[in-house]
Design a protein around this ligand. Structure first.
Ligand code: HEM
Ligand SMILES: [Fe+2]
Length: 371
C-alpha cells in the first residue's frame, strides 16, 4: 500500500490518512471518532426528546423521530465492515449502504418526521393527518430506498434481475418526494389561510425554509435524480456533470435547507418580536439568495455542462467525455467558470445575510437580557 495520496506517509494512511474510497476517504481512526460523535449527538437528542415522550399527542411521532435519529449513527457502521484488502464489490456494497441509504433512507425519514413534528407542534396540521402521512412516507421511502440502492451498482458486476429490481424501486422513490412536495404546499395553505394564524405568522420564515425542502426534494432529488436513474441513461452519463447537477440540488436543497430551517426555529423561539423584526429582512434576503443562487448554479453551469458532456459521450465516447482534455476545453470549461454568478448570489445574498441575521438576534438578545 502506498502512503497516502502523495506517497509521503507509509503505513499510517489507512488509520490516519486517506483511505481513497470516494465519500469515505477519511482514515479509520477518524471514522471511529465520527461514530462516537454521532452517538453522542444521539444522546443529546434523546435527552431533549424525553419530555415529549411523556406527552400523548406527540409520543408516537417522537418515538419515530428517535428511531430515525438512531439509524444515522448505526448505518454509518458499515464504513468499518471492510479494510484495505477487501474485494472491490464488497467495499462498494457497504459504501453505498452508507452513501445512498443515509440520504435516500434515514435522513429522508428524519427530515419528514422532523417537519411533521414541527407542523403538529405549531398546530398547523392535525395529529392524525401528520402521523398518517409520516407512516405512508416512511413505507414508501424504505420500499424504494433499500432495494433502490442498486442504482449505484448497475455497472459494478450486478446481475440483470438485480438491475431490473433496483431501477424499478429507485424510480418509485420519486413517489414519496412528490407526496412530500404536495404536503408542503398544503401545509403552507393551511398556515396562511387557517383560522389561527399566530403561529404561522410567528414561524413564517422557518416554514418557508421547510417549504424549500419540499421544493428541492421534488426538483433536485425527484426530477434531476430520476433523469439519471434508468440503467440505459446511467450507462452513458454515470459520473458526469449530470450527476453533480443532481447531487448539488438534492444535497443542499434538501438537507442544507432543512438544517437552516431548524436553526431558524431556534432563533425565532429565542427572539422577542422586536429583536426578530430587526433580523427578518436579512432572513428574507437569505431565503431568496440561497434558492436563486442554487438554481443559477444548476441552470447556468452544471446542467448545460452535463448535457454537453452527454453529447460528447454519444459522439466521441465515454472515455473522451471524461478526459481532462475535454473537461478543460472550450465550452465545457466556460460552463465550469459560469458557476460564478450562482455562487456569488449564493454567498453574498444567501450565506452572508443568514450569518448577519443570526448575529443580530444573538446580539440584541444578549442586550435585552442584560436589562
Ligand atoms: C434528498 C435525496 C437525495 C440526495 C441528497 C442525493 C444525492 C446524491 C449524490 C450526492 C450523488 C452522487 C454520488 C456519486 O458521486 O457517486 C447521487 C447519485 C445518484 N442519485 Fe441521488 N440523491 C437523492 C435522491 C435520489 C433519488 C430520489 C434518485 C432517483 C430517482 C436518485 C438517483 C441517483 C442516481 C441514479 C445516482 C448515480 C448517478 C451517477 O453515478 O451518475 N437520487 N445522489
Ligand atoms: Fe442513491
Amino acid at each position: 500500500m502506498g502512503g497516502g495520496l502523495s506517497g509521503l506517509w507509509d503505513g499510517m494512511t489507512f488509520w490516519l490518512g486517506s483511505q481513497g474510497w470516494e465519500y469515505l476517504e477519511i482514515g479509520r481512526a477518524w471514522q471511529w471518532l465520527l461514530i462516537v460523535g454521532l452517538l453522542f449527538w444521539f444522546f443529546l437528542v434523546v435527552r431533549n426528546t424525553v419530555p415529549a415522550l411523556k406527552r400523548p399527542p406527540v409520543r408516537k411521532l417522537s418515538i419515530m423521530f428517535l428511531i430515525a435519529a438512531f439509524s444515522i449513527p448505526v448505518f454509518y457502521l458499515p464504513a468499518v465492515f471492510f479494510d484495505n484488502t477487501t474485494n472491490y464489490t464488497i467495499v462498494d456494497t457497504w459504501r453505498f449502504w452508507i452513501i445512498h441509504l443515509w440520504v435516500e433512507g434515514f435522513f429522508e425519514l428524519f427530515a419528514t418526521t422532523m417537519v411533521a413534528l414541527t407542523f403538529i407542534e405549531l398546530g398547523l396540521v392535525s395529529k392524525q393527518m401528520g402521523l398518517r402521512l409520516i407512516f405512508l412516507d416512511a413505507t414508501l421511502i424504505f420500499m424504494g430506498g433499500i432495494i433502490g440502492t442498486g442504482h449505484h451498482w448497475y455497472f459494478s458486476g450486478m446481475t440483470q434481475p438485480n438491475m431490473m429490481l433496483s431501477s424499478c424501486f429507485s424510480a418509485l422513490e420519486v413517489v414519496p418526494l412528490v407526496v412530500l412536495c404536495v404536503e408542503a404546499w398544503s401545509f403552507r395553505k393551511t398556515a396562511l389561510l387557517g383560522p389561527d394564524q399566530t403561529m404561522a405568522k410567528k414561524f413564517y420564515w422557518p416554514l418557508m425554509f421547510m417549504l424549500g425542502v419540499g421544493f428541492w426534494n421534488f426538483i433536485g432529488a425527484g426530477v434531476l435524480g430520476f433523469l439519471i436513474n434508468m440503467p440505459i441513461v446511467s450507462y452513458f452519463e454515470v459520473g458526469t456533470y449530470l450527476t453533480s447537477n443532481h447531487g448539488h440540488a438534492a444535497m443542499f436543497g434538501v438537507f442544507g435547507m432543512l438544517s437552516l430551517a431548524l436553526c431558524l426555529m431556534v432563533l425565532r423561539e429565542s427572539a422577542s418580536d422586536e429583536v426578530w423584526a430587526k433580523a427578518e429582512k436579512w432572513i428574507k434576503c437569505s431565503f431568496w439568495g440561497l434558492n436563486i443562487g442554487l438554481m443559477l448554479m444548476l441552470v447556468l453551469s452544471l446542467m448545460p455542462a452535463g448535457f454537453l458532456q452527454l453529447w460528447d459521450v454519444f459522439s466521441s465516447g465515454y472515455w473522451h467525455a471524461r478526459s481532462v482534455e475535454f473537461t478543460n476545453s472550450g465550452l465545457l470549461s466556460f460552463f465550469g467558470y459560469f458557476r460564478m454568478p450562482g455562487d456569488l448570489v449564493f454567498i453574498f445574498f444567501g450565506a452572508i445575510p443568514f450569518f448577519i441575521a443570526s448575529w443580530k438576534v444573538w446580539r440584541f438578545n444578549s442586550k435585552t437580557s442584560v436589562k
